[in-house]
Design a protein around this ligand. Structure first.
Ligand code: ARG
Length: 478
């Protein structure tokens, strides 16, 4: 057999270096299932359109099925000489079924083939990611449901600001991941469109039924109508769907990274708000007392890697004239690594946060352990209810700005006494404003502060329970 698919025109062979430089089979072999699926759909349509004989079609199906099992069982001999996954499979097919194999590429180019393969592969991965994103949200909701009454110091500028329910804090992340999941679903709609039939760049002279192929491959809208790329030049050349996916993945990772930063902080001895199971930590080779939060730290680190891939992909596109250019071969490694990193991270986070049920014993292990006392103590330390005192005075008729100033004086006094606002005697508080009465202590408590924020989206336990119920219903229905 010839060393290259286009060999006759070439007067000299490729050097080994050029071969290695231009080949993609070492990484794009991962697209083999999509490649075979796309070829089967294409061949089926060619036969239905009488472009291919039924017997050739049957041979192609037989050959591709054998290749499928060869690859699946690790018996397929991938050849660098054959450059990429597409040429490797096609060459083997021809080896197996002869001329029928050579007819498969009728009305097709590797340009529309690879665009189709990547889309098919990515669609499957997005579906797996969607499930993992649900699992992570469920884990957060589950921990939240057990911690509605636990009070955490809410921070702004990492300074104690106002007390919040720990569940409310976790549900903030659920909101982020819910938006991320929506974004992924939206990306999927644009991924799931068929390039095949565009051929190299201009379309093809054969009477292809592109919509039939699209339906075979499940590239259809909600009503079952085929979704086919409408411009052949665009179909083979743009990778915006991969960039979009990578942007959505970056946002997921950024949200995980923010959560990671908090987990690391909360685990520090100076906070001691939570613990995570030992299996997500590692020890130190020198300091015997250490349990380091390696998993959240690595997730934070890997976020850089995923965001980097977004930069790679978007930069890859920017200088390309229409239509296909070999630059696009460089889309695969960043895309693959983004998917791998995201899936692993989602999986490990769902387990680290929510724990895991042992299939055999039904027992749950892992999951974060919440320490309510240090959280409350920390909230009490930073005058977290100062705003509540100001609001109290406003309700007595003071303009907010005056109330703000009055409370600043009270905080200063409490600081010099080394105590919390709620520990100042009534007589002292009344020194700041005569309208302060005994009921002030209700608003100065952490619990009172929480209860008072009983508006939609607020941290009052009643509101948090409402949100919990909404998320539980949303996540159960899928
Ligand atoms: N391996 C190539 C890629 O990943 C397949 C398409 C190659 N097409 C071509 N005309 N060289 O993009």
């Amino acid at each position: 057999t010839k060393a290259q698919a286009w060999s006759a025109l070439f007067s000299e062979p490729m050097s080994d270096l050029v071969k290695r430089y231009t080949a993609s089979v070492s990484f794009d072999q991962r697209l083999w299932r999509a490649d075979i699926e796309g070829s089967l759909a294409h061949a089926e349509m060619l036969a239905a359109q009488s472009i291919l004989s039924d017997s050739d079609h049957q041979e192609i199906v037989r050959g591709l099925q054998q290749i499928h099992s060869e690859i699946e069982t690790g018996r397929f001999d991938w050849k660098l000489d054959l450059e990429d996954v597409h040429l490797n499979i096609e060459a083997r097919l021809t080896q197996l079924v002869g001329d029928a194999g050579k007819r498969l590429h009728t009305g097709r180019s590797r340009n529309d083939q690879v665009a189709t393969d990547v889309r098919l592969w990515l669609r499957g991965e997005i579906d797996l990611i969607a499930v993992l994103m649900q699992d992570l949200q469920r884990a957060l909701v589950e921990v939240a449901s057990r911690n509605v009454e636990v009070i955490l110091p809410g921070f702004t500028h990492l300074q104690v600001a106002q007390p919040v329910s720990f569940a409310h804090h976790l549900l903030a992340y659920v909101e982020m991941f819910a938006r991320d999941a929506e974004r992924m679903a939206d990306v999927r709609r644009r991924v799931n469109v068929l390039p095949l039939g565009s051929a190299a760049l201009a379309g093809t002279t054969y009477p292809l039924d592109r919509e039939r192929v699209a339906r075979t491959l499940g590239m259809v809208d909600e009503d079952g109508a085929a979704r086919v790329c409408q411009n052949s030049l665009d179909a083979v050349s743009d990778r915006d769907f991969a960039i979009e996916f990578s942007a959505a993945a970056s946002l997921v990772m950024v949200h995980i990274s923010r959560l990671s930063e908090e987990l690391v902080l909360w685990m520090s001895q100076n906070f001691a708000f939570i613990r995570i199971a030992d299996r997500f930590t590692t020890g130190s080779s020198i300091m015997p007392q250490k349990k380091n939060p390696d998993v959240p730290e690595l997730a934070r680190g890997k976020t850089g890697r995923v965001v980097g891939h977004l930069m790679s992909l978007i930069t890859l596109m920017k200088g390309q004239p229409l239509a296909y250019n070999k630059d696009n071969q460089e889309d695969k490694e960043p895309l693959f690594d983004t998917v791998d990193t995201l899936k692993d991270t989602l999986r490990i986070f769902a387990e680290m946060i929510g724990g895991q049920v042992d299939a055999a014993t039904g027992e749950k292990s892992g999951g974060i352990t919440v320490n309510p006392q240090p959280m409350e103590d920390a909230a009490r330390k930073g005058y977290a209810t100062a705003t509540d005192l100001a609001d109290y005075l406003v309700k007595k008729g003071l303009p907010f700005r005056d109330a703000h100033e009055t409370v600043a004086h009270a905080v200063k006094a409490a600081q010099s006494h080394g105590c919390d606002l709620s520990e100042l005697p009534l007589s002292v508080l009344q020194g700041f404003h005569p309208q302060i009465e005994k009921d002030v202590y209700d608003v100065l408590s952490l619990r009172g502060s929480l209860d008072a924020r009983n508006t939609l989206g607020g941290t009052a336990p009643a509101q948090v329970r409402m949100q919990l119920a909404r998320h539980q219903a949303r996540l159960a229905s899928k």
